[in-house]
Ligand binder design. Structure first.
Ligand SMILES: *[C@@H]1O[C@H](CO)[C@@H](O)[C@H](O)[C@H]1NC(C)=O
Ligand SMILES: *[C@@H]1O[C@H](CO)[C@@H](O)[C@H](O)[C@H]1NC(C)=O
Length: 437
């Protein structure tokens, strides 16, 4: 692609989807800030958050119930309704807690589940795509093994190389307290990798097509299964899902995955949302969570979380539904196959360049949320100037926000991480090879 082409591509990326996005969704943190600086909104949100405390398990008396309903009805007419969060954003957990306060109360009060809604804004990413398009275009000429090419491409990109080295180091480092590896640290680093690195790199690493078991085994090892999720015994899936739902981030990733990978017999793609890129992105959003999915073996491309439905008692069906969403999901399967054989983007000149549009295209055809959700947003113009809002006026502090990968990540293992960085990708790869002989 020549420079003029790149220039127009960049214009299209920056000018197009972001403008469309900017005029629609509200960030829930901003919506929460606006609400907390409003004398009538603020107490209602406080009330609502009490209503849904403890995952709605608290039985509400008739008085409390009507108070909750009033608060909810009033809040539906504010920007809180329809607000969303950005995956991997700063204070993601705070943002999601605001998102769920409204969505959860619908469930608690009316048994109403807003299935057609999802917590995360469609991805929009900047000029990283442009750079990758040219890298991938170069390698396309000489491609022999896409999985190895993906690793090379990742090493050329600073963010990809750095965060990948970080997670591999975190996931193979023994710890005195937690044994062979420190799972929480490993998962945190994995989430950072999949949240920060453009999907062009991450998808190529994780969904590159394999024709032999050695390749498939390496692909399965990408997320360091022994540390990130494997245990001697497979736990019960519903128990895992319960843990997941108790965490705002995991619950949101799961909700997003259900939305974006929802299978459909009526569509030729197999996906209700008709967007393979979004489905794969939602899939990687689960990696590093309680229900981390991965390839089940080294001879197929079947994926699923590390859990079983044995001993589910009379919740067997619910458990099977959960597992089938991975094992037997035509949308997810097609998304992986199509990515592998390149048929997801067959009309374009540059595979990676076009693939990168996939997450953004959802803003146009797929961004139809039920009209009730948009509600009276237009009738309630609120100040969008968040700089007016004193940080202290926020309803929630930072103390909850533990999911965000921080620079302090390497606190307990500074030396190996630095060594890993110095040796670039070589060290992790060597260690991986050694540890999986
Ligand atoms: C594939 O998996 C099987 C069973 O886990 C294992 O015995 C075999 O060594 C693996 N193959 C490769 C190439 O790693
Ligand atoms: C790629 O996979 C899709 C989905 O299974 C299939 O329909 C299509 O024919 C395949 N294309 C190629 C070129 O193999």
């Amino acid at each position: 692609m020549d420079f003029l082409g790149l220039y127009f591509l960049q214009l299209a990326l920056i000018g197009g989807p972001s403008v469309a996005l900017g005029s629609s969704g509200w960030d829930c943190l901003r919506a929460g800030d606006t609400c907390s600086s409003d004398d009538s909104c603020s107490p209602r949100l406080r009330t609502l958050r009490q209503c849904v405390a403890g995952d709605g398990s608290v039985k509400l008396g008739p008085g409390a119930r009507s108070q909750c309903e009033n608060a909810m009805t009033a809040l539906l007419a504010t920007p809180l309704h329809g607000c969303q969060c950005k995956r991997g954003m700063k204070k993601e957990k705070n943002c999601l807690s605001i998102y769920w306060s409204l969505h959860q109360s619908g469930l608690v009060l009316h048994g109403l589940s807003l299935v057609e809604d999802y917590p995360y804004e469609p991805e929009e990413r900047g000029s990283d795509y442009v750079r990758l398009a040219s890298i991938a275009a170069e390698s396309e000429v000489t491609t022999v093994n896409r999985c190895l090419d993906a690793a090379k491409a990742c090493n050329i990109d600073e963010t990809c190389q750095k965060t990948r080295t970080e997670y591999v180091s975190a996931c193979i480092q023994p710890s005195v307290r937690s044994g062979p590896c420190n799972r929480p640290r490993c998962n945190k680093a994995l989430r950072k990798f999949f949240d920060r690195v453009p999907p062009d790199y991450t998808h190529e690493l994780l969904f590159c097509p394999c024709t032999d078991t050695a390749c498939a085994e390496r692909r399965r090892q990408t997320i360091v299964p022994t540390c990130s999720y494997e245990e001697k015994e497979k736990p019960n899936c519903l128990a895992q899902l319960r843990v997941c739902r108790a965490d705002y981030v995991c619950r949101s990733r799961w909700a997003q995955f259900q939305f974006d990978c929802q299978p459909s017999d009526l569509s030729s793609s197999g996906c209700k949302q008709e967007n393979y890129g979004a489905c794969l992105l939602a899939y990687t959003g689960l990696i590093g969570s309680t229900i981390t999915p991965n390839y089940l073996d080294n001879s197929t491309s079947n994926v699923g979380p590390w859990c079983s439905c044995a001993a589910s008692g009379n919740h067997r069906e619910e458990c099977n539904d959960f597992l089938e969403f991975f094992h037997d999901n035509v949308c997810l399967k097609n998304a992986i196959i199509a990515f592998g054989n390149g048929s997801d983007v067959k009309s374009g000149s540059s595979r990676a360049g076009i693939a990168s549009f996939a997450p953004a295209t959802r803003t146009t055809p797929g961004y139809h949320r039920p009209s009730s959700l948009h509600g009276n947003r237009a009738e309630h113009p609120q100040s969008t100037d968040t700089t007016q809002v004193n940080e202290n006026d926020r309803l929630w502090g930072d103390e909850e926000d533990s999911t965000l990968p921080s620079p302090g990540l390497s606190e307990h293992g500074a030396a190996p991480v630095h060594m890993g960085l110095a040796l670039g990708w070589l060290l992790p790869v060597l260690l991986l090879l050694l540890s999986h002989q």
